[in-house]
Design a binder for this molecule. Structure first.
Ligand code: PFF
Length: 479
């Protein structure tokens, strides 16, 4: 067993770790991307396939990441290196985790820009309550076009979105700078229960509107023919993003877990809660959209355009809208905190900086990149820095970062983590740490040795050559 370095921080309890890890996992991915994709890409067939990806690929890698952190008790690159050394592997494995830390930093930079948009909508709804009270529909005296123009007006105003981005980074660093049990844990312990309360409250409200059966049809009607190769790839990628894998975030959180915690059952709970939230998010959002007589659009437009329209058409729309965006803000914050913690713990251990300085340094760097993202949706919208690469053609900085991390660095990080655990880490060490026994232990080993690397290579290939891989998968699945 590796002794914890002096001054090493820990979660105050297993429950605090679970809440923090669920907080990291539950975020914009669950609330925006999953419902939109499930609705348009095969309903029940997509949901079933997604759950399959979570159980057979996400969960084994999640367990691997937490295990590496718990054993190493240090920032991700150092934990990887320790395990490699103990297992007779190459020290270069530390570099793999550095790539993860770097992707966490990149995701943090654009995630806070979207967090800033959420702050703007919280302000819009709060202002509306003051102006027209809590019982009416939101934006009652405004036309459809006016409500629609909020989103376009916001993203094209690079200066305002930059300020909001820096504001969201500021809120994040406020908690990260206070340390594991003093800040990161506090934000999860207070905000996650509040998040669940709001999610369930809004879902129950929506159920009384009369569009529940249409929602269930939309989300769960089993349409396997819509499950093309490309959709399958998107589902696996989504499972990874949703469980916060491949960016060293869960390795970092694992480093603060005590030795008495059973990692297998705890990882199962984290993955289960994350998947449940994704499913409930669909049941929360679509009844409101359908009752208002709207058709959902995909991606971010669902949250920032369709829903504000829907809130303007329902009783108590201002109040429900405000509660909704506060709930999204809570989910985004508990995720951004974990994204910031990975590079912060790296800077503390690698550069020897005190926590406050490390967190502030990461914040300044993420703000600079975030401002570039914000400007590239506004005044610099014709600025396509990597447009000469086909994968990034026509993209602004925000989309480049999203694509680069989602299609390249996150799958690479997760692939190498699976290979590291499956082929490099010593069996004795895994036996001691993973909390599994008998057949389950062997099954997990099989997944991380063979199944996960194979599927992750496919995702990677699919990200770079989407058409060929999509056709290949479609052909294999008979689609
Ligand atoms: N899991 C988060 C979401 O679904 O929005 C995103 C995320 C958070 C990814 C933290 C990676 C991470 F380390």
């Amino acid at each position: 067993m590796v002794a914890a370095p002096s001054g090493h921080e820990n979660w105050s309890s297993r429950g605090a770790f679970i809440l923090a890890a669920v907080g990291s996992a539950v975020g914009l991915g669950n609330l925006v991307r999953f419902p939109a994709e499930a609705g348009t890409n095969g309903g029940g067939a997509f949901v079933l396939f997604y759950v399959f990806c979570v159980v057979l690929i996400g969960l084994p890698v999640l367990l691997s990441e937490v295990l590496i952190g718990r054993h190493g008790q240090a920032a991700a690159p150092i934990s990887f290196r320790k395990i490699a050394e103990e297992s007779g592997g190459s020290k270069a494995w530390g570099t793999v985790a550095s790539l993860g830390v770097f992707s966490a930093f990149l995701v943090l930079s654009f995630y806070c820009v979207i967090g800033g948009w959420v702050l703007y909508y919280i302000g819009l709804f709060a202002q509306d309550i003051v102006a027209s009270g809590a019982t009416s529909g939101a934006f009652a005296d405004q036309s459809f076009e006016q409500v629609d123009s909020y989103f376009g007006g916001m993203v094209s105003n690079g200066v305002a979105t930059s300020v909001l981005d820096v504001g969201f980074v500021g809120i994040t660093v406020f908690f990260v700078a206070r340390g594991v049990s003093g800040g990161i844990e506090k934000v999860a312990v207070y905000l996650m229960p509040a998040f669940f309360f709001l999610l369930l409250g809004i879902t129950v409200y929506g159920m009384f509107g009369g569009a529940l059966s249409r929602t269930v049809d939309y989300l769960f009607t089993f349409e396997p023919d819509k499950l093309s190769g490309e959709v399958m790839l998107a589902a696996v990628g989504q499972a990874f993003f949703s469980l916060s894998l491949g960016v060293a975030g869960m390795v970092t959180y694992g480093a603060y877990v005590g030795r008495d915690v059973n990692l297998a059952s705890t990882s199962g709970m984290i993955a289960g809660a994350d998947t449940a939230v994704a499913l409930i998010a669909g049941l929360c959002i679509f009844p409101i959209v359908f009752v208002a007589g709207l058709e959902p659009n995909g991606g971010l437009g669902l949250m920032f355009q369709t829903l504000p329209h829907a809130f303007s058409d329902i009783p108590f729309g201002t109040l429900i809208g405000l509660a909704f965006f506060i709930m999204v803000g809570f989910a985004a914050l508990t995720s951004s905190v974990s994204l910031m913690e990975a590079p912060t713990s790296w800077a503390m251990e690698r550069l020897g900086l005190p926590r406050v300085q490390a967190a502030l340094g990461v914040s300044v760097a993420a703000s600079v990149l975030g401002v570039l993202c914000a400007l590239s949706t506004g005044s610099l919208s014709s600025f396509h820095p990597l447009g000469f690469i086909p994968m990034f053609e026509g993209m602004g900085v925000l989309d480049v970062l999203d694509t680069f991390t989602g299609k390249l660095t996150m799958p690479i990080g997760a692939l190498l983590t699976a290979v590291f655990i499956g082929w490099v880490a010593s069996r004795r060490l895994l036996d001691e740490e993973n909390g599994l026994s008998g057949g389950l232990h062997r099954f997990w080993l099989f997944l991380v040795r063979w199944f996960c690397p194979l599927v992750l290579t496919l995702i990677l290939f699919g990200g770079i050559f989407p058409e060929t891989t999509g056709q290949m998968l479609g052909f294999l699945s008979g689609g």
